[in-house]
Design a protein around this ligand. Structure first.
Ligand code: SF4
Ligand code: SF4
Length: 499
């Protein structure tokens, strides 16, 4: 139970912030603990003044949960810190029924597929215990075994992919939630900005509870608000458009500026003398580009305001302007005009890689460049660029390592399980979803959270995230790897139990 030293308590309120059960409050400048406190210890670790003490004495009438090292003491009618276990009077029960329906997308012919999911299975602890369910069924005439557990994984995180041109900060910048560091900006991918949330070092660091909650919220497709250091505020929800500094992005770029020029050189050459496609990666200059030459163009005399890479390709600068560059005014896209080559009255299109911004410019006889109205045929090509863009959205990949103690409930020879996974003789799924297993040692996996049974991730205040892990293999293989064959139950028995 939690005891408060009122003399040391300053009423700062830090203990309230991460309590998973809202069981501690500051009243009249002193912390007070409610009856439904389960002694998980989160507030003790959050108190700067050592005013909270977790006493070994058990809470009278509470049942101690042994499903993870936190060992919550749960009174009747209440749940533990992870909200997965409820004291229903005589015992603790899992608050979610076992999900035995496996999502459709894991049912490709010829593949091993889990007989049930691990969602709602619960956790057995310590790892010497058998997994909660080891079931057997028949697939394509062959005996198959699926072993499931909801595994606390401290080696876990989530990679968030944001399809946007909007500037979100410098790679390596810290990402915060409620002021606490929960991740960092990762390297950009083609048309997308990437954020890494979590990882073991952040999970075991000072803000570990925030990190665990953030990984779980994103993976469960909840909306989260993050702030990038020296960067914008991000409102992100998997499957939805990103909102960056209050502005919702609509489209993902079709490619870089060079790729856009390459894709639309023919159409552009028919309506303008020059096109500059702005992009934070590569700015494309149509007439100088190989694609422009291919459609019969010669360099127009326009020099872009960017660093030259190769012919017709220039490096853009990141910023809050068009195409994620620092250019806000289309006239600023041009550094100078070579008047010995440029023709007076020539038509120049400045646009970006999503066609969301576009302006038509012209060159006067004295070399002065000015904006004119966008002609309908030019606007039509810009529309074509826009129509060929995909929608901007947020996606996420949960990453975890289940090559450690999580194997104990499956087999007495853990290395054999790892080898079977890498050899393709055993299949790892997460909440029924296919995983990608990283090469090399261990069982490091990645899974698309949108394919996992909804709301399948939880967290415990050790802290660790809890992922539903399923191992499926032929029964012969399970016997060969030293599986707990004496614990196998017919899958029909488990399914009938839930009805
Ligand atoms: S021990 Fe856990 S449940 Fe109890 S008040 Fe502290 S944080 Fe909340
Ligand atoms: S946090 Fe751990 S000890 Fe507490 S209820 Fe959940 S599984 Fe049990």
């Amino acid at each position: 139970m939690i005891v408060i030293n009122k003399e040391l308590c300053t009423g700062c309120g830090n203990c309230e912030k991460d309590c998973p059960l809202d069981a501690i409050r500051v009243v009249a400048d002193k912390a007070e603990v409610a009856d439904h406190c389960v002694s998980c210890g989160v507030c003790v670790r959050n108190c700067f003044f050592e005013a909270l003490i977790k006493e070994e004495q058990d809470q009278l009438g509470a049942i101690k949960c042994t499903a993870c090292p936190v060992r919550c003491e749960i009174l009747k009618g209440n749940t533990g810190a992870c909200k997965r276990y409820l004291n229903e009077g005589k015992s603790l029960i899992r608050t979610r029924d076992l999900v035995t329906e496996v999502p459709d997308h894991t049912t490709e012919a010829g593949n091993l597929k889990p007989l049930i999911t691990a969602v709602g299975a619960g956790t057995t602890y310590p790892d010497a215990c058998y997994a909660p369910h080891i079931v057997q069924g028949v697939q394509d005439g062959v005996d198959v075994v699926t072993v499931v557990t909801e595994a606390p994984l401290s080696y876990s995180g989530v990679k968030v992919k944001i399809d946007t041109n909007f500037y979100i900060g410098e790679e390596g910048a810290s990402v915060r939630r409620d002021g606490k560091i929960v991740g960092m900006l990762f390297t950009e991918e083609y048309g997308s900005k990437m954020i890494s949330i979590g990882g073991v070092n952040l999970l075991t660091g000072k803000s570990g509870f925030n990190v665990a909650k953030t990984i779980v919220d994103i993976s469960n497709r909840e909306k989260v608000t993050l702030k990038v250091d020296q960067g914008p505020t991000l409102e992100l929800q998997v499957g939805k458009r990103p909102i960056i500094n209050g502005k919702e992005d609509e489209r993902m770029r079709i490619g870089c500026g060079s790729a856009t020029v390459g894709l639309f050189a023919k159409q552009l050459s028919q309506v303008v003398d020059e096109a500059l496609v702005l992009d934070y990666h590569v700015v494309g200059l149509l007439s100088e580009h190989a694609a422009g030459e291919y459609v019969g163009m010669n360099w127009s005399g326009v020099v872009p305001n960017a660093r030259k890479s190769t012919r017709g390709r220039y490096f853009g600068e990141h910023g809050n302007g068009w195409g994620g560059t620092n250019i806000q005014n289309p006239l600023d896209a041009i550094l100078r005009i070579d008047t010995s080559i440029a023709k007076a009255g020539m038509k120049i299109l400045v646009t970006d890689t999503t066609g969301q911004n576009a302006a038509q410019l012209t060159v006067d006889a004295d070399g002065n460049v000015r904006e004119v109205a966008l002609e309908p045929e030019v606007a039509a090509v810009v529309q074509q660029i826009r129509d060929n863009c995909e929608e901007s959205r947020v996606s996420a990949i949960y990453t975890g390592g289940s090559g450690g103690s999580a194997r104990g409930g499956v087999t007495t020879y853990p290395i054999k399980l790892s080898k079977a996974i890498h050899a393709g003789d055993a299949k790892l799924t997460i909440g029924g979803a296919e995983t990608f297993i990283l090469p090399g040692g261990g069982i490091n996996f990645e899974v698309d959270v949108e394919k996992v049974v909804p709301k399948a991730f939880t967290w415990v205040p050790s802290p660790a995230t809890v992922a539903p892990v399923e191992y499926t293999m032929k029964k012969d293989k399970y016997t060969q790897i030293g599986g707990h064959v004496d614990q196998i139950v017919d899958v029909a028995t488990i399914k009938n139990r839930g009805q």
